[in-house]
Write a protein that binds this ligand. Structure first.
Ligand SMILES: *[C@@H]1O[C@H](CO)[C@@H](O)[C@H](O)[C@H]1NC(C)=O
Ligand SMILES: *[C@@H]1O[C@H](CO)[C@@H](O)[C@H](O)[C@H]1NC(C)=O
Ligand SMILES: *[C@@H]1O[C@H](CO)[C@@H](O)[C@H](O)[C@H]1NC(C)=O
Ligand SMILES: *[C@@H]1O[C@H](CO)[C@@H](O)[C@H](O)[C@H]1NC(C)=O
Length: 338
């Protein structure tokens, strides 16, 4: 810990008059914390800006900024609802079991909280095309700038044409299991945020490839589920659908090619081991109190990806990485020493 915030420090921040705040803060800070070299006390203050707003570059015009801010606000709503579900139901929730297995809920709770409130630092969403990927990569709706600017995300024009608001959740035949994961701005931007070190600290990676692999990871290797980008995205949209958008119903959809031992059949369904299930794959809690979800108004960030190319270097915090589209899939976190 770099410094301790004591009640008296907070008090001094609060009462200091404009004429003498620096001195007061400096004295208090010295009295209660590790000595501060010759630095100005301002570097030890809480950030003044709201941590929940995401920086959007001036290259996004007025319309794009509005769309992006709305998408990022959706992402915060999604993270809040996912976190509320984890806190309310813990591992008793069938969705929690399905996506995170018997792993600790503290891990996903922590990632959603970092999306909601971690200091944004140098992160940036931009709408120009500095790496020329929007112009040259067919189908790209955005990309993480990787080694060119590790905290930056480019949103290509395609995102503004394709991504949908959360209000459209469960409409138009959408199901969590079968529709593209990046259908909604909220999920697409959540994915992009998990590539940004300021949010995900280079710990969230792609361990599972698709919906089925996410469920399989939770069954067989759940320690990793809490660090899997797709598990965090699928869980968030599935519980938002069930808790908020279509309370008690959701739109999980079936898993056509894969049966999972933990998946209970619906009452009217006699499931054999290899039967194709076209009904909800996950048994829901009796009532998931949508009102427990706190909705936050904020601005945020967005990202999208489709094809592959021009890739940043393999993440150093992970091992066994191979390129996957515009990002890396890794086998696991690199061992940490000391
Ligand atoms: C913003 O840019 C997009 C894409 O170039 C364009 O379609 C839109 O009309 C622009 N909006 C404004 C307000 O300039
Ligand atoms: C969690 O599940 C895995 C896979 O089924 C199992 O190997 C492990 O022992 C379980 N851990 C706990 C603490 O139950
Ligand atoms: C980084 O910039 C170079 C040169 O402009 C470009 O070729 C490469 O694709 C960029 N990387 C990413 C991840 O966009
Ligand atoms: C669990 O997943 C990690 C990350 O993909 C992998 O390195 C590890 O080998 C897996 N362990 C098992 C028992 O499957």
């Amino acid at each position: 810990m770099k410094f301790l915030v004591t009640p008296s420090l907070l008090l001094s921040l609060a009462v200091a008059s404009p004429l003498q705040p620096r001195q007061a803060v400096k004295l208090e800070a010295r009295a209660h914390t590790v000595p501060i070299a010759s630095e100005s006390a301002s570097s030890h203050k809480w950030p003044e800006v709201s941590a929940s707003s995401f920086p959007i570059h001036e290259s996004c015009n007025a319309s794009q900024t509005i769309a992006l801010e709305k998408g990022l606000a959706d992402t915060i709503k999604l993270a809040h609802s996912a976190q509320a579900h984890l806190l309310r139901w813990g591992s008793n929730s069938p969705q929690v079991q399905a996506y995170f297995g018997n792993g600790t809920t503290a891990t996903p709770i922590g990632w959603y909280q970092r999306v909601i409130a971690a200091t944004r630092g140098d992160m940036l969403f931009r709408c120009d095309d500095p790496d020329q990927n929007c112009a040259t990569q067919s189908g790209w709706a955005g990309h993480w700038r990787g080694s060119n600017a590790t905290q930056e995300t480019v949103i290509c024009p395609l995102s503004f044409a394709r991504r949908q608001p959360l209000e459209n959740l469960c409409l138009n035949g959408y199901t969590v299991a079968a529709s593209p994961l990046n259908t909604y701005w909220a999920v697409d931007l959540l994915h992009r945020l998990f590539h940004i070190p300021a949010i995900a600290e280079e710990f969230v990676e792609h361990y599972a490839e698709d919906y089925e692999e996410v469920l399989e990871l939770a069954e067989t290797n759940s320690t990793w589920s809490g660090f899997d980008s797709d598990a965090l995205q699928y869980f968030a949209i599935d519980v938002y659908a069930y808790d908020v958008a279509a309370p008690g119903v959701g739109c999980t959809g079936g898993e056509p090619e894969h049966n999972h031992a933990h998946v209970a059949p619906s009452a009217s369904q006699t499931a054999t081991e290899n039967a194709v299930s076209s009904t909800a794959a996950i048994v829901r809690p009796p009532s998931a109190t949508p009102s427990s979800t706190t909705l936050v108004t904020t601005t945020a960030i967005a990202v999208s990806s489709t094809a592959a190319a021009g890739l940043a270097p393999s993440p150093t915090a992970s091992i066994g990485c191979s390129p996957h589209g515009d990002h890396w899939h890794c086998e696991g976190p690199a061992p940490t020493s000391a």
